[in-house]
Design a protein around this ligand. Structure first.
Ligand code: NAD
Length: 510
């Protein structure tokens, strides 16, 4: 097959999938915003970005929809999300494939992302009958005190390219059962999967029957359009997923108008391999965590500390796995590693590797893999052995680079583990109870996710997802993350004939 034929195939496949999913062609043709596939580097579509006025009008429309939706009983709102789950199940193959085309994920990861959407829908349906408030003991006789959770308003969602659909679903499924409207600004690198997700939700809305118009809106465009969402006074909460750089801009802007921020930012995740570790298990977990999704997960394993007593057993095997890993077109091969999102990602990877060498790093891999697509960037995952944690190791480079360092003291390795700006995910490989528990304790890992004997990536939706420090502190998905999408009212009801004041205060008027 020729190079040109392959490129056309990818664009044609995308159009066929969009058609099957039911996306109006007018939304992705004839516009000035090009979208590309990292698989071949070819253009897929030409979208019409929203002007600032158009974006603002969509937000206003969602705010009007909220006024009706908040009055629908929560279990009934859950019915809409149940239908969304059904619609997603019906097009799982198509949407998963579209994710592979637009974000470059291997098929099982493209499908896995859609499965995550389905899982959060199931979770949210159950949640729609469990938006519990507390009843609290009051100090005053004949009184009752309780908490009520109310819908909040328009939930703004800003998402990154690397989870082009799941992150929206995490937010949208919860926001909708909580009684909110949703306005989504997807990554400008992955707008087609967003249009597809919106079409799927619209189908669920049509089946639901009487949901208000404007309940879910999508804004197409770059960060300038995202800024409209961030600054809009009718958006009381913005859930923003992306780089720490983005969070440094978005966080203060939201704070200025006292809006809530759910920030899900960069990670610089580490693993520790202890003397007692099951090395076979650690090897597999490290390989998936560091090379999976071509190193483009927020939870990708980027730093590995290996105890000196097992270093020579583990690291040569790891290097072998790196040398043998298959890199290739995720649509036409069984390769485990697909492309980087674009040239900038490849250039950043090369820059970090250059800096690592300058700091004494010994690099295996990292070179561009020759495939017959000039405009696509495939790279061999890189393993870099370093004497200590310096230079590029301290920052997230969104590419498959694993920095490997030796350690000999557990206290010191915990300190090194926590000595970076980000605080998303972490893991320890050990069979020693003391080490495992210490890692999970108050003076252990400082991350939002801390695992034992599993890798840093591949979280389930049932737990709250997010991280500390420069990762932004936000939580999405499971556990009680829903509380960020609602407002809490504390209600005190006096059913007595007296008016006692709290704290024994006396205020008797004549
Ligand atoms: P990015 O920061 O370049 O863009 C993310 C989104 O933010 C895009 O939609 C973009 O248009 C928007 N944006 C950027 N600047 C903005 C601004 N000033 N105002 C409003 N919107 C703005 O990130 P990316 O390259 O798409 O994704 C990779 C990054 O995302 C990595 O750092 C990764 O770790 C992070 N990420 C974090 C999580 C998490 O849950 N913590 C999940 C996925 C990705």
């Amino acid at each position: 097959m020729t190079m040109a034929a392959r490129a056309v195939d990818v664009a044609e496949q995308a159009v066929a999938l969009l058609d099957k999913i039911g996306v109006d062609k007018a939304l992705y043709t004839g516009g000035e915003m090009a979208s590309y596939s990292p698989v071949t580097g070819e253009q897929l579509a030409a979208l019409k970005p929203d002007t600032q006025e158009a974006a603002s009008a969509k937000i206003d429309k969602a705010a009007r929809a909220f006024e009706t939706w908040r009055l629908v009983p929560a279990p009934k709102r859950g019915e809409l999300v149940r239908l969304l789950g059904e619609e997603l199940r019906a097009v799982k193959t198509e949407l998963g494939r579209l994710v592979s085309i637009e974000a470059g994920k291997i098929p099982s990861e493209g499908l896995g992302e859609v499965q995550e959407m389905i899982d959060i829908c199931d979770f949210a349906v159950g949640l729609s009958r469990q938006l519990y408030g507390l009843t609290i003991a009051t100090e005053r006789p004949g009184h009752r005190m309780m908490e009520t959770w109310h819908p909040l308003g328009v939930v703004g969602v800003i998402s990154a390219f690397n989870f082009p659909v799941a992150v929206w679903a995490w937010n949208a499924a919860l926001a909708l059962v909580c009684g909110n409207a949703v306005v989504w600004k997807p990554s400008e690198k992955t707008p087609l999967t967003a249009l597809a997700s919106q079409a799927i939700l619209q189908r669920a809305i049509a089946r639901f029957g009487d949901a208000p118009n404007g309940l879910s809106e999508v804004l197409i465009g770059d960060r300038a359009v995202g800024a409209v969402l961030v600054d809009h006074p009718k958006v009381p909460v913005v859930s923003a997923t992306g780089s720490t750089r983005m969070g440094r801009d978005v966080g203060p802007r939201l704070a200025r108008r006292f809006a809530r921020a759910i920030l899900e930012l960069g990670g610089n995740n580490a693993g520790i391999v202890c003397p007692s570790a099951d090395l076979d298990m650690a090897l597999r977990a490290i390989a998936f965590g560091a090379m999976g999704t071509a190193g483009q997960r927020c939870t990708t394993l980027r730093r590995l500390f290996v105890h000196e007593s097992v270093y020579d057993q583990l690291v040569p095997r790891l290097k072998k796995a790196y040398a043998n890993v298959s890199v290739g077109n995720p649509l036409e091969s069984t390769a485990l590693v697909g492309p980087l999102i674009d040239k900038l990602a490849f250039d950043n990877m090369q820059k970090a590797l250059g800096e690592a060498k300058a700091h004494g790093g010994v690099v295996s891999g990292g070179e561009r893999v020759a495939l017959p697509y000039d405009k696509a960037y495939y790279a061999k995952p890189a393993l870099v052995e370093l004497p200590s944690q310096i230079g590029p190791v301290l920052e997230e480079t969104f590419a498959p680079i694993l920095y490997v360092m030796k350690y000999n003291d557990f206290d010191q390795v915990l300190e090194d583990h926590n000595a970076v700006g980000a605080g998303l995910s972490s893991s320890i490989f050990t069979l020693d109870l003391r080490e495992a528990e210490r890692f999970l304790s108050a003076d252990g890992s400082d991350c939002g996710i801390a695992n034992v004997n599993i890798g840093t990536s591949g979280a389930e939706i049932g737990g709250a997802f997010g991280g500390e420090k420069e990762t932004g502190g936000g939580r999405e998905s499971g556990s009680d993350a829903w509380k960020a999408y609602m407002r809490r009212a504390t209600n005190t009801i006096n059913y007595s004939r007296a008016l006692p004041l709290a704290q024994g205060v006396s205020f008797e008027i004549e």
